[in-house]
Design a protein around this ligand. Structure first.
Ligand code: SAM
Length: 274
């Protein structure tokens, strides 16, 4: 699937880039690269809604001045961008992620990802926080759901941490294919990959991992809670500071206990237990 890139050029980065990201996050944009000149924001072409983007642009124009451009990114260009820019990531002392074209890294859990255009290389704050928080949970012989699996990196880590059964779901066909390839690269054989959304869940899990975005998470919370086993752990990420309280209260309303909250550069993770 191709992506749409929306590039903003700003005279002052702060706090305007944060406002842009907050607004775009509400209309399903999923990744952002901040640079000296401003912000580049990305969304899968199928989710791009021109009217919604124009309405956000109008809102932003009433707040501050900027230039912007929209372009479609071909799959092939995206791949070459990754190959140039993807450096190994150290998640913690035991876990690192690298691409197949990097030198091996000597650590307990080494994950090899060929990212293509799927989200989930460990470079993003949300992936990084999800992986770190996974080290706070028992995975040995546990069943795990990875919702919005992207590259499959969280499912692969769950496999390496000893999970007995893993289901990884993504709505995007490219991510679905890419995550299967990455699981093979890591000899993670007990992961079942499914193309689709939350409606595909029909068994209960010990651990549910969901790093998607504010709107999808809010919509899917009731189903996550229904399909989480007693004493199970729910890890949510992909939302900004201003959404933390709402997401926390929606989950607590359904009876889950709050465990912890992590924050990195305006991105957040919430951990709950049933
Ligand atoms: C932020 S990425 C996370 C990828 C990876 N799990 C990680 O932690 O890096 C979100 C992923 O969710 C997928 N996605 C978006 N909406 C979804 C939905 N309604 N159901 C399932 N997957 C969805 C996207 O295609 C994307 O691959």
């Amino acid at each position: 699937m191709n992506y749409i890139e929306l590039s903003f050029t700003l005279s002052e980065k702060n706090p305007f880039s944060d406002i842009i990201i907050a607004k775009l996050n509400e209309i399903e944009f999923e990744s952002y690269i901040e640079s000296e000149k401003g912000v580049d924001a990305y969304i899968q072409k199928d989710f791009y809604n021109k009217q919604k983007v124009e309405s956000v642009i109008l809102d932003l124009k009433s707040l501050f001045a900027f230039d912007y451009s929209v372009k479609e990114i071909e799959q092939e260009n995206w791949n070459s961008q990754w190959e140039e820019n993807f450096h190994p990531v150290l998640i913690n002392k035991d876990c690192a992620i690298r691409a197949h074209f990097h030198e091996p890294i000597d650590c307990k859990y080494e994950i090899i990802i060929t990212p293509k255009m799927s989200f989930g290389t460990g470079h993003h704050e949300t992936t990084f926080m999800m992986m770190n928080e996974m080290f706070e949970i028992e995975f040995e012989n546990k069943s795990v759901l990875d919702m919005g699996c992207g590259t499959g990196v969280l499912a692969i880590l769950a496999n390496k941490l000893g999970s007995s059964k893993i289901i990884a779901i993504d709505i995007d066909e490219w991510s679905f294919e890419n995550s299967k390839e990455n699981a093979k690269l890591n000899s993670s054989e007990n992961i079942e990959f499914i193309l689709g959304n939350v409606s595909k869940i029909n068994v209960e899990f010990d651990v549910i991992l969901s790093n998607i975005n504010r709107n999808i998470i809010l919509q899917d919370i009731p189903r996550y809670v229904d399909y989480l086993l007693t004493n199970g752990n729910l890890l949510l990420s992909g939302f900004l500071n201003e959404d933390v309280e709402l997401i926390r209260s929606e989950v607590e309303k359904l009876g889950l206990q709050f465990v912890s909250h992590k924050n990195k550069n305006k991105w957040n993770l919430l951990h709950f237990k049933k």
